[in-house]
Write a new protein. Structure first.
Ligand SMILES: [Cu+2]
Length: 118
């Protein structure tokens, strides 16, 4: 995910430079902002597991869990917040503080995950 954001910033800078000095100046300003731009990540709940189980993101990024086990109910439970127990649908959280956040499904022992926010 980090690589994708950087590529976007470089592409934007290259594109803007073609437009002339004003655009180049804008691009110079745009790069630091682009590298800090929020990204979106998806974690699936499938085969009674979170995939990926561990995800590293940046502050401000959004994570969406998507239920894919159809008949098996799951939930996403952190210390301070949690999803509903459901069989389909999704649940999204935007992480605004650095830290390591562990979570689990209260129904299935061993169904655990970690979000690392840098
Ligand atoms: Cu579960």
């Amino acid at each position: 995910m980090h690589r994708r954001v950087r590529t976007g910033a470089i592409a934007l800078a290259a594109l803007a430079t073609v437009g002339g000095p004003t655009a180049a100046a804008l691009a110079a300003n745009a790069v630091p902002h682009a590298s800090a731009a929020a990204a979106s990540h998806t974690i699936t709940l499938k085969n009674i597991a979170f995939n990926p189980r561990k995800l590293t993101i940046h502050r401000g990024d959004k994570v969406t869990w998507v239920w894919r086990d159809k008949v098996v109910p799951h939930n996403v439970t952190f210390k301070a917040f949690h999803s509903r127990t459901q069989q389909t649908g999704s649940y999204s959280v935007r992480f605004t503080k650095k830290g390591t956040y562990t979570y689990h499904c209260t129904i299935h022992l061993g169904m655990t995950g970690t979000i690392v926010v840098k």
